[in-house]
Design a protein around this ligand. Structure first.
Ligand code: 13P
Ligand code: SF4
Length: 336
């Protein structure tokens, strides 16, 4: 995708780019014909294999053509727990597919590329988390571990309650403790800390996509377009969130842009989100930060077709691990 050439320092050029859908070299006549054929093939395969496709908002636009449901992490987790089909193909990153497996262990969950990881999920492992938790509990016996869903199943298994970007403050406010170890996103932790009086102890992790966005890039766009509304994801740094008009999950951005009077939005998150917004709200303009998540973009239509044909890459978790991890996700549903 074009954003791979984006240079974070060259903010003027970054924000001038509109959306990937405007790039004729990426969606040539030939490529569109290929996409059409693949969409038909995948639609047929879904019926034959009793499969449903769930996709995250950051996916490539053509993935939305085959998805049965597109959403943010919370919506996808909820939907994953409810599907009737025997197979879930998850067009997103690995922790999202794992969450679907945790909630529906009897189903076959496939991810088109098992290398589609997440820098946040990689920044914490269960062993180090347990060490830190046990050490902190000597000082704070009531300490509760709140983990962002961007974590592995093993980390969820030693977590008290999960949260997502859309419910993090609510979850923290609802838990029965004043001392929270918040894992693994330091930026989301700092955002939550600004919205609660509780003691938030942050794990030192961040998303490589959001952490590199800086306020100068946003100010530059604002100077050129004073009426633009700036929507930022809470994985961004504090100096970025401080100058945003709204801090929202990916689906929160969709709702905000639909309902707000503004006609132009600067979408400060992974760049695929602006494509999704433009497809859903074509009468408004979306400028993007041009930060691409290389993991999300590992998922392709070809990979999705192959996943259905070959039954790969299947998420395999033991029943014990699913059971141990499930309670922290279900607790989030109850609290959030
Ligand atoms: P959302 O839950 O807001 O979709 O965020 C998921 C994510 O990974 C953002 O980088
Ligand atoms: Fe993970 Fe960041 Fe990619 Fe989201 S954008 S999946 S947090 S690496």
């Amino acid at each position: 995708m074009q954003a791979e050439t984006g240079n974070a320092k060259d903010s003027g050029a970054l924000f001038e780019q509109f959306t990937v859908l405007d790039q004729p070299n990426l969606y040539s006549r030939e490529r569109c014909d290929d996409i059409q054929r693949l969409v038909e093939e995948i639609t047929q395969l879904k019926r034959e294999k009793d499969a449903v496709i769930l996709a995250h908002n950051y996916q490539r636009p053509e993935i939305f053509e085959v998805a049965d449901f597109v959403g943010d992490s919370l919506e996808l987790a909820k939907r994953g727990a409810q599907v009737e089909q025997g197979t879930i193909v998850f067009c997103g990153v690995h922790f999202m597919a794992e969450t679907a497996k945790i909630l529906s262990p009897e189903k076959r969950v496939l991810i088109p590329d098992s290398n589609a990881g997440c820098s946040l999920a990689e920044s914490v492992n269960a062993e180090s988390l347990v060490d830190m938790r046990d050490e902190l509990r000597q000082q704070y016996p009531d300490l509760v571990v709140v983990s962002y869903v961007n974590t592995t199943a093993e980390v969820k298994a030693v977590t008290d309650v999960c949260c997502t970007s859309s419910n993090a403050v609510k979850v923290v406010e609802s838990v029965d403790s004043n001392n929270i170890l918040f894992v693994p996103d330091e930026n989301l932790a700092a955002y939550v800390a600004r919205h609660t009086s509780k003691n938030i102890i942050a794990w030192e992790g961040n998303c490589y996509v959001h952490h590199q966005i800086n306020p100068e890039q946003i100010e530059e766009v604002r100077r050129a377009r004073p009426d633009i509304r700036v929507l930022a994801h809470p994985e961004c740094r504090k100096d970025v969130l401080d100058i945003a008009d709204a801090v929202l999950s990916t689906s929160g951005m969709m709702k905000f842009a639909r309902e707000d009077d503004a006609k132009e939005f600067l979408v400060v998150t992974e760049c695929g989100m602006s494509d999704r917004l433009l497809l859903e709200i074509p009468d408004k303009r979306f400028f993007k930060s041009c930060q691409l998540c290389k993991y999300m973009k590992m998922i392709t239509l070809e990979g999705t077709r192959d996943a259905l044909v070959e039954g790969r890459d299947e998420i395999k978790l033991t029943a014990e691990l699913c059971d141990a991890a499930r309670s922290s996700v279900e607790r989030m549903f109850e609290l959030g």
